[in-house]
Design a protein around this ligand. Structure first.
Ligand SMILES: Nc1nc2c(ncn2[C@@H]2O[C@H](COP(=O)(O)OP(=O)(O)OP(=O)(O)O)[C@@H](O)[C@H]2O)c(=O)[nH]1
Ligand SMILES: [Mg+2]
Length: 323
């Protein structure tokens, strides 16, 4: 008798944690995905081809991508064929686990400085991406994040092309209390980085964030400029840049995948940050990008403020877009 009482007390209240900040921020994607899936499975008695077609359509319009959607639907079909799956209400739980394992597979490929890692020596992190994706804002958030972890950070204005770029980085630098290294407009970005690394070594900085110009990934001369920055950085500091972080705007959906492929092929990318997940129903693109490129996602951004940066956690993310 007594044992039974104890067992009852030990059970979690409703088996679920309270929805957190990420849950609120990802509401648009969740509505597009979960609410629509709920609608198609409610009242269905069996998993028939028309249900799978409806699910396929929903996954595609959430920007998960054609191939990844195909893989998820095939996985469901196989389970139906093997009689491991027959109830429509089981579909969500299976899709969720599949998405988490797709994401975890790419995260596992990484051996680099993901957020938890603190090397104890100077790390140079170069930010790349097309115009307006959120590079400069994300650098400010990262600087703020690492400072709160007790690290010394420095920002480098290697976008010497756009008139207001250095000024914008300065304003963020002032706000977070980090030093910003810059030169005059039109200076060689590689030279700016070379000098900044020298200053960072002298000042015992832990992390230096390099802001590069927003550039169209189709312009090869601009890719050459990024390669030059990489080369010259390595001459000043062995192994620099230690990370090449590609920033992608989640609201651009499948176009973000195309950009990622070009950057990955041209200059190499160590990790990806997805921004603007707060304003979009296309959050599924995170899963497509991860599966297609096999590049780990280090952080995601969900707003314009300094605190709107989250360490990417596959399970937490999928739980927030899939209820
Ligand atoms: N809603 C939302 N807006 C964001 C987020 N990240 C950046 N932004 C906004 O996106 C706009 C562009 O951000 P920037 O940081 O200037 O982008 P960038 O890549 O540095 O742009 P360029 O230097 O011109 O290439 C700004 O208005 C930011 O406030 C985010 O996570 N959510
Ligand atoms: Mg910028």
């Amino acid at each position: 008798m007594e044992g039974k009482v104890l067992l009852d007390k030990g059970e979690p209240a409703h088996g679920k944690a309270l929805p957190g900040r990420l849950w609120d921020k990802l509401s648009k994607t969740r509505r597009g995905l979960t609410d629509r899936i709920n609608t198609v499975i409610t009242g269905k008695k069996a998993i028939d081809p028309s249900l799978l077609e409806d699910l396929e359509e929903i996954l595609l319009t959430s920007d998960i991508g054609v191939e990844t959607t195909g893989q998820l639907i095939e996985g469901l079909q196989e389970r139906v064929d093997q009689k491991f799956l027959d109830k429509p209400e089981q579909v969500k739980a299976i899709l969720k686990e599949e998405m988490i394992s797709l994401l975890e597979a790419s995260q596992g490929l990484s051996t680099l400085n993901l957020p938890e890692k603190f090397s104890g020596t100077l790390d140079a992190i170069m930010f790349v991406g097309v115009n307006g994706v959120g590079k400069t804002t994300t650098i400010a958030k990262m600087a703020h994040y690492y400072q709160s972890q007790g690290q010394k950070v420095m920002l480098v204005a290697a976008d010497t092309f756009r008139a207001a770029a250095t000024e914008q980085l300065r304003i963020w630098g002032d706000r977070v209390g980090a030093e910003v290294i810059s030169q005059k407009r039109g200076a060689d970005p590689a030279a700016v980085v070379f000098d900044a690394l020298s200053a960072a070594k002298a000042r015992k900085i832990d992390k230096i964030f390099i802001d590069t110009a927003g550039r169209l990934h189709t312009k090869s001369n601009l890719m050459e400029e990024l390669k030059k920055i990489q080369r010259v950085a390595g001459q000043q500091l062995a192994g620099a840049p230690h990370q090449v972080t590609l920033v992608l705007d989640a609201t651009t959906g499948q176009n973000a995948i195309a950009q990622a492929q070009v950057f990955a092929q041209s200059i190499g990318v160590t990790d990806i940050i997805l921004t603007k997940l707060d304003g979009t129903a296309k959050g599924g693109v995170v899963i497509g990008i991860s599966r297609k490129l096999g590049i780990p996602i280090s952080f995601i951004c969900t707003g314009e403020g300094l605190e709107d940066l989250e360490i990417f956690d596959p399970r937490e993310f999928v739980e927030a877009i899939f209820a």
